[in-house]
Write a protein of this length. Structure first.
Length: 174
């Protein structure tokens, strides 16, 4: 219902839904909410003028865990050059993390879904619901690599030896 109202009113939205691997490294840069998912709250967050409306929202199971979250942008690919920042962010996040991202275009109200770095545009609400159900219950094919987790500390301090990978050579011993 929230996506339908946002679409009808041409209110832009960017909503990531976690799957198996969490988005901890992305979420920490946003505003923590841990609120129950509701159409009213989603619409309020993305309402123009809201402090959080221009960035993304992350949903984990039945909770909105954060809003005002900056997602990584897909860059360099020719196909993304004509897309707006919400669509590039949806593609970028799904290239790096195990999630689905729903996008509502502010310009047209069109609904899109990004999954595994691919964007499917101009979805009807019924098609979106079907794809979300499938995507959230879908398991990877046996030949498909496991998704990478967004690390909790995306820019670790190399001098912190407590976090050093035990399999990496100790450069200080040389």
């Amino acid at each position: 219902q929230a996506v339908d109202n946002l679409s009808q009113n041409k209110i832009g939205a960017l909503i990531a839904v976690e799957r198996e691997v969490g988005l901890a490294g992305v979420v920490e840069a946003g505003t923590t909410l841990h609120a129950n998912v509701s159409a009213e709250l989603i619409q309020t967050i993305f309402w123009p003028g809201s402090v959080l409306h221009d960035l993304g929202m992350v949903i984990r199971r039945d909770k909105i865990i954060a809003a005002g979250v900056q997602f990584p942008l897909a860059e360099g690919e020719e196909s993304t050059q004509t897309l707006g920042s919400r669509h590039r962010a949806a593609i970028g996040l799904t290239q790096e993390a195990d999630c689905l991202v729903v996008v509502v275009s502010e310009e047209t109200g069109a609904i899109s879904l990004a999954e595994r770095g691919q964007l499917i545009r101009n979805l009807s609400l019924d098609h979106l619901r079907t794809m979300l159900r499938r995507g959230l219950s879908d398991t990877r094919r046996p030949d498909e690599p496991a998704p990478r987790a967004i690390p909790d500390d995306p820019d670790p301090d190399p001098s912190d030896t407590k976090k050093q990978d035990p399999d990496s050579p100790d450069k200080s011993a040389a």
